[in-house]
Design a protein around this ligand. Structure first.
Ligand code: PEP
Ligand code: MG
Length: 879
């Protein structure tokens, strides 16, 4: 029979999955002989059962809870509900991963109208008894029964005002009794029933509330942001009460073994005498710093510092502890690995290694790679952010903080930037034409588009803050304004601020602070490089991005999107000429103009990458993306092309596709217009020859996109090889080059053995592979996500976090089948998932050679790849 309830004395820290973090650590501290109030934990499996049983607690679990409660009563020598000497408990949630979105603590459970009087007599302290009762009613009301917390606060304030009291501690027993009466009346008024008097009923209601809180909105959002599966469930901890509010020799506090914002090795925290739990954080009274405890209670301080040191050494990590002092006696209520800023995470990890407490590998495992973002991008000044007002939320498409005036098209944004203004470009969605405007902006905000939409991908490449797919806003580009859901209007030139890490949009300007990197960062990166197996490449199309990626540790380019090289104003014309060409000759003439530009670009990239591999992908997007849509722009282009506007419109209409993402793009362009592939091959090969003549040893990798059939690859490869070999032969120098393909259509993955015979490498384009596997547009995925989350269909956004079940399976099939034909087939990933830690771990597991991601994600990928190697080695050790 499954055991659902464990006394603290029955558990330990390794039972985290079953007992949750809090429960496992309470058990561990009990085992270490530390002063922990006694109690027990209802397991996470009981929570899972609760949901399986249609949100009810099975009778056998309820029976086990009360059996364990009876054991605890025997051990403590007090009875639940006994007015003469009551056993009161706290009820707290605790999942495997600490989750601030979940249920708050309930203290003093077990009190009722009779027990409170008994407690008053027993302690000879009626003020304390009624203070505890009123706190319990408010917590139970708020947390379990959803009675608005502020309503309780209003009642308390009214009593304070009546009695001329400033602080809660100024209220005497009589006043506390009045507060209790008012709270009970309020409870009855709101709930239509009186406050429950049966402690057992109170307990079961609280346990259910903890289980329910696993599924509340805050918890779901937190889980999504932190990749915590919904199936884990939460445990419930029931612990004997100790009282920080008993008198002036009692108190409560929280402390970290090191400073959580800087990582400095020094006890950091605060406490409040004559107070209970939430008073410390509630800000009603100002807490004292933990150092001051030395003066208030020197013995307790001494004992606490010894325990803190012991716990840090035991857990080999910075601890975050909660404690209570009851009449001069110290009790430990919780310990856990402390949350810390990115800078502190690095410093603590490096210091712990230097102090000889942990190995380098352990240090690497302690850092959340995603946290590194905060070190690489500007962030809001925390104090400034506190008073900021958020107006909407979109997708956190590219991290960083940005503040500026809103402009609704690329050219006015560029003009404003030239005037010296800080600019936020706001668009319904961006297109290649917006590139200049994006470049000059502090941040980009779009109404449509998912995590792999044009805006998201380009902004990430530029290292620029972007919030995409904010459907809450109604954006009127032409009229120069947008409105929020509540109708507030923001006009061109108004200030807003964006947080690309959370997706939040704020009214007004908020001060930002620049990113800064410390020596600890370099140390962590070096240790990562020492252990990782995966190579880290970058997605870069410009010398600027490539140079930044090299600085951040990239070891090659895994994806150069050649279409991005034609965005600039002086190139777009020739590119458009190529697109609208009616004959092969006209197209070749336009391509001749593009050739030198493209070749120059490749030379720049090859030189910047200093001999590292460079993968150049041939033209991929639907061509009409590059054509103008507005009348004025069409007229202008028609003039430049010396054709009539009507003719140009017809051409544009002819190019229009109903489903462009599945249309005339990728290798299909090279099949229908082989001359494009010829020109691109010439540019790559001539550039490589030129650079190698100067002493480098570039081996260019040409990548053919969007293959669904090996014959397509054969066809395009044939053009590449013919063109390249002729140039090489004519030049009289030797040049090695590789031709590979992207795997981004399910059929390609499923026929990988055939394709591998023709390919030197596979690079998984998981943006398209996800889009095509799900049949879900990467540009519009954002629209359905919210209802998919709410209805528990998706737990995360598959365009951002690799779906291992489906897309991952295709990758596995393709990798295995590909390598079954060609043992040393090089495997990589260049979709946006290449910068996501859990996807990187999967690529490591599949034996990939490299992952490729945008430049600013390179450090994240280096650490994530190291963690994957370390976990992989651990797993092997266990087998
Ligand atoms: C992909 O599809 O994953 C990819 C890298 O190509 P793009 O994003 O340019 O379509
Ligand atoms: Mg693609």
């Amino acid at each position: 029979m499954t055991k659902y309830v464990y006394m603290f004395s029955e558990g330990n820290a390794t039972m985290r999955n079953l007992l949750g973090g809090k429960g496992a650590n309470l058990a561990e501290m009990t085992g270490l002989g530390l002063p922990v109030p006694r109690g027990f934990t209802i397991t996470t499996e009981a929570c899972t059962r609760y949901y399986e049983d249609n949100e009810s607690i099975a009778p056998e679990i309820e029976a086990e809870i009360f059996e364990t409660l009876a054991k605890a009563e025997d051990m403590i020598g007090k009875k639940f509900g006994d007015p003469n000497d009551p056993y009161l408990v706290s009820v707290r949630s605790g999942s495997r991963a600490s989750m601030p979105g979940m249920m708050d603590t309930i203290l003093n459970l077990g009190l009722n109208d009779t027990v409170v009087e008994g407690l008053a007599k027993l302690t000879d302290n009626p003020r304390f008894a009624y203070d505890s009762y009123r706190r319990f009613i408010a917590m139970f009301g708020d947390v379990v029964m959803e009675v608005e917390k502020s309503l309780f606060e209003e009642e308390l304030d009214a009593v304070k005002a009546d009695r001329g009291a400033k602080l809660d501690t100024d209220l005497d027993a009589d006043a506390m009794k009045e507060v209790v009466d008012r709270y009970k009346a309020l409870y009855a008024r709101v709930k239509g029933e009186s406050f429950p008097q049966d402690p057992r009923e109170q307990l079961m209601a609280a346990v259910k509330a903890v289980f329910r809180s696993w599924n509340n909105e805050r918890a779901n959002v937190y889980r999504r942001m932190n990749d915590i599966p919904g199936s884990w469930g939460t445990a419930v901890n029931i612990q004997e009460m100790v009282y920080g509010n008993m008198d002036n020799t009692s108190g409560t506090g929280v402390a970290f073994t090191r400073d959580p914002s800087t990582g400095e090795n020094k006890l950091y925290g605060e406490f409040l005498m004559n107070a209970q739990g939430e008073d410390v954080v509630a800000g009603i009274r100002t807490p004292q710093t933990i150092d001051q405890l030395k003066d208030v209670m020197p013995d307790v301080y001494q004992q606490f510092t010894e325990i803190a040191e012991k716990l840090e050494r035991h857990y080999r990590d910075m601890q975050d502890m909660e404690f209570t002092i009851e009449r001069g006696k110290l009790f430990m209520l919780q310990t856990r690995n402390g949350k810390r800023t990115a800078a502190a995470a690095l410093k603590v990890a490096v210091d712990l290694v230097e102090e000889g407490m942990i190995t380098k590998e352990e240090a690497l495992m302690k850092i959340d790679p995603k946290q590194l973002d905060a070190l690489l991008h500007p962030t809001f000044v925390p104090a400034a952010l506190k008073s900021a007002q958020s107006i909407a939320k979109g997708l956190p498409a590219s991290p960083g903080a940005a503040t500026g005036r809103v402009y609704f098209d690329a050219s006015t944004a560029t003009e404003a930037s030239e005037r010296g203004e800080k600019v936020i470009l706001v668009r319904v969605e961006t297109s290649p034409e917006d590139i200049q405007g994006m470049n000059v902006s502090q941040g980009i905000l779009t109404g449509r588009g998912g995590m792999t939409s044009h805006a998201a991908v380009v902004a990430r490449g530029m290292g620029k803050c972007c919030v995409s797919g904010c459907s809450e806003l109604s954006i009127r580009e032409k009229d120069g304004y947008f409105t929020t859901e509540d109708g507030t209007r923001f006009n061109e030139g108004d200030w807003i601020s964006l947080d690309g890490s959370t997706g939040l949009i704020y009214a007004g300007a908020i001060d930002t602070q620049d990113a800064s990197l410390s020596g600890d960062f370099d140390m962590i990166m070096k240790w990562s490089d020492d252990v990782r197996v995966l190579k880290i490449r970058t997605n870069a199309d410009t010398v600027r991005d490539a140079a930044m990626a090299i600085k951040l540790g990239a070891e090659g380019i895994g994806l150069c999107r050649t279409e991005h090289m034609f965005f600039e104003a002086d190139r777009i014309f020739a590119f458009r000429q190529m697109i609208v060409a009616k004959t092969v000759e006209a197209r070749r003439a336009a391509l001749e103009k593009l050739l030198p530009m493209q070749k120059e670009d490749f030379i720049g990239l090859f030189e910047t990458m200093q001999g590292y591999p460079v993968t150049i992908r041939f033209l991929d997007p639907p061509l009409h993306e590059f054509l103008p849509h507005e009348d004025a722009e069409i007229n202008e282009l028609a003039g430049e092309l010396k054709i009539s506007a009507a003719d140009l419109k017809t051409l544009i209409n002819d190019l229009h596709e109903l489903n462009p993402m599945m249309g005339h793009r990728g290798c299909r362009l090279a099949v229908t217009y082989p001359e494009i592939a010829e020109m691109q091959t010439r540019a790559v090969i001539e550039a490589a020859i030129e650079v190698n003549k100067k002493g480098q040893n570039i081996i260019p990798e040409i990548m053919i996109p969007l293959i669904c059939d090996v014959k397509e690859l054969k066809f395009v490869k044939n053009i590449v090889v013919k063109t390249a070999d002729k140039i090489i032969a004519d030049s009289g120098v030797k040049l090695e080059y590789h031709v590979g393909t992207m795997i981004e259509i399910p059929r390609a993955a499923l026929t990988a053995d055939e394709i591998a015979a023709e390919a030197d490498f596979f690079s998984f384009g998981t943006n398209d592979l996800t889009q095509m596997t799900y049949g879900l547009s990467r540009d519009d995925a954002g629209k359905i996500l919210e209802s998919y989350y709410q209805n528990k269909i998706f737990e995360s956004d598959p365009t951002a976090r690799l779906d291992l079940v489906g897309v991952g399976k295709l990758m596995k099939i393709a990798s295995q089948d590909g390598r079954s034909v060609k043992k040393d087939l090089k495997l990589g990933i260049c979709g946006e998932h290449g910068g996501d830690p859990s996807s990187i771990a999967y690529c490591h597991e599949l034996g990939f050679n490299y992952v490729s991601c945008s430049p600013f994600r390179v450090p994240i990928a280096r650490l994530a790849a190291a963690q994957a190697a370390i976990s992989g080695a651990d797993n092997l050790g266990q087998k």
